[in-house]
Design a protein around this ligand. Structure first.
Ligand SMILES: Cc1cc2nc3c(=O)[nH]c(=O)nc-3n(C[C@H](O)[C@H](O)[C@H](O)COP(=O)(O)OP(=O)(O)OC[C@H]3O[C@@H](n4cnc5c(N)ncnc54)[C@H](O)[C@@H]3O)c2cc1C
Length: 357
């Protein structure tokens, strides 16, 4: 089987390596600058659990357990990508947040998750850099993190044929598909995987969907919309542990320590595709991080950026066949770094089964 993958974020890259493992001849095209490069890299299904997203919990836990095995299979060393499973904290930085934190903690416990409620002194034993505003928090001992940019580089080097070029059209062809890149070159393959994040492939509407599928509109185009997140990174590290923060005044966010940078995020805004960071967004991100970890104050800001999370209305990922030999892997929303490797195995297997039928 040969396959073209459009999209070189976590979804496309992970699917490409899984297809290769199954013996496929894979070519990957990517326009660059997707959500994966913008992510914080938390592998945190327990703290990320939302009341309305309980369906995703089991997948998230399985994906987290799968991570080290998957990296081993690709011969990617944990140190090379900043993989760490020493747990994560979620803290309240004012007493008015405590009832909601406690409610969420009860929800996590009732879901059977490993979490521990800690008062300020217990929290500081785990993370000495927490400031005096921190009143209580929850420790999830199995949560992890990985630096997405280091990881993407490593995966890309295992794909082989991966080129930075935008695809501008996709058409059915004899025994497969024909795609055209921005330089006007044609490429043919038996199978096509669209993993384009918020780059909605409007060019796909020429295909008729085989049947109505969740997350896709009637023309077969994935209904994916962007959820903006503004981020800051600082050089130098003052934290040992990922710290998620709840503040009545500044909202929810996190500080994630990686070997070469500390990432501070994020906003969550449904405001289209504008990538300009805003004064208000950055102010919230930095002020709540400062409340939780005052030692960040003197560190140099190394980068400011905005990313667009690819979301479906249901907030669930889409892994679907949208036309003969054309598959979509998208909608990874807030969890793509965590979920992509695990779901990519399923994507590759589904495509290979289709080819063998
Ligand atoms: C601020 C922020 C923080 C996040 N933090 C976390 C986190 O801590 N943990 C976690 O698990 N997830 C996190 N996420 C979510 C995660 O980043 C996404 O779910 C994931 O990156 C989606 O991967 P993807 O491959 O589907 O999309 P993308 O990474 O966006 O990749 C899609 C790629 O397709 C390419 N493309 C689009 N159209 C075309 C075309 N026509 N031709 C060629 N290429 C094309 C784009 O250039 C892009 O590179 C975060 C996201 C953001 C924005």
């Amino acid at each position: 089987m040969d396959a073209i993958v459009v999209g070189g974020g976590m979804a496309g890259l992970c699917a490409a390596v899984e297809l290769k493992k199954l013996g496929a001849d894979v070519k990957l095209f990517d326009a660059g600058a997707g959500a994966s490069l913008a992510a914080a890299g938390m592998l945190a299904p327990v703290h990320e659990l939302e009341y309305t997203e309980i369906d995703l919990l089991r997948t998230g836990l399985a994906a987290r357990d799968f991570y080290p095995l998957w990296l081993d299979a690709l011969d990617i060393k944990a140190d090379a990508v900043g993989l760490d499973f020493s747990g994560a904290l979620e803290v309240a930085v004012d007493a008015r947040e405590l009832p909601e934190l406690k409610r969420h903690f009860d929800f996590q416990r009732n879901a059977g998750l490993k979490v521990e409620w800690l008062e300020a002194s217990g929290l500081r034993e785990i993370e000495p850099a927490l400031g005096p505003d921190v009143c209580a928090g929850v420790f999830a001992p199995d949560e992890g993190r990985v630096d997405p940019r280091l990881l993407l580089q490593q995966i890309k080097s295992r794909v082989g044929y991966a080129v930075q070029r935008r695809i501008v059209s996709v058409e059915p062809a004899a025994n497969g598909v024909k795609i055209t890149d921005e330089a006007g070159r044609f490429h043919y393959s038996q199978y096509l995987l669209l993993a384009t994040g918020i780059g909605i492939p409007a060019f796909c509407s020429g295909f008729s969907p085989t049947e109505p599928v969740p997350g896709l509109d009637v023309a077969g185009t994935p209904k994916i919309f962007p959820v903006r997140g503004e981020m800051v990174s600082v050089g130098g590290g003052v934290l040992k542990t990922t710290v998620r923060i709840r503040s009545k005044r500044f909202g929810r966010g996190y500080v994630v320590p990686h070997p070469e940078r500390t990432i501070i995020g994020s906003t969550s805004e449904e405001r289209g595709r504008d990538l300009s960071p805003t004064f208000g967004g950055l102010s919230d991100v930095m002020q709540r991080a400062y409340c939780a970890v005052p030692a960040l104050y003197d560190l140099p800001v190394t980068e400011i950026w905005t990313g667009l999370r690819p979301a479906t209305l249901s907030r669930k990922p889409v892994v679907e066949k949208i036309a003969p030999r054309v598959f979509v892997f998208n909608g990874l929303y807030r969890h793509g770094i965590l979920l992509a490797p695990y779901l990519a195995v399923q994507v590759a297997k589904t495509m290979a089964d289709d080819a063998n039928r």
